[in-house]
Design a protein around this ligand. Sequence first.
Ligand code: 5RP
Length: 224
Amino acid sequence: MTQDELKRAVGEAAAAYILPHLEEDSIIGVGTGSTANCFIDALASHKHLFDGAVASSEASATRLKEHGIPVYNLNSVGSLDFYIDGADEINERLEMIKGGGAALTREKIVAAVAKEFICVADESKLVTSLGTFPLPVEVIPMSRSYVARELVKLGGDPVWREGVMTDNGNHILDVHNMKIASPMEMETRINQITGVVTNGLFALRPANILLLGTQDGVKTVKAD
Ligand code: 5RP
């Protein structure tokens, strides 16, 4: 199977996983990226079974609406049973690097609200240790150079993702060559730099379950 076929398979598996739990008033947290798009497409044919969705980006909100799925503002929603999203890297503890699509802050917010975070990924995303994928850090624009200098002190090589503005009006630094021995500690440390909105480590709130697309089918992985 190609990578796109694996993404479609996990998108469908995620829809099948949540369907038995959906009720008329259910609202689903939906992530961002090509794998999350496969989930949105799989969800569309079941839209009569739930109320709507909260999206982690304008792009996902647009795709949901194109399918006729109502999109709610998170501030008008009390709780979410599920958040379904992809990852750039995920380890066996289900800690992730996310933000390749620059949506990391809203992703982290929606994930924080959700009771269950279901990560959907093809097998290329599973790694033994996080950090080969450059770590995205969302920064307030005027702090960009300062934050970059602080990230160098932490051992990374930050590169400004020029031309990209997040949905929140901020900039992204992609940090190369960062040694991430403890993802939880590094997530906390980077977030303490003044000017950082958040970073793409999802270790303090990892996924609860990973639906992994492999050549032998979709595997369900729970944190070890
Ligand atoms: C966007 C993300 C995505 O989940 C991540 O980049 C994976 O994307 P894709 O499914 O296209 O590989 O974090 O900010």
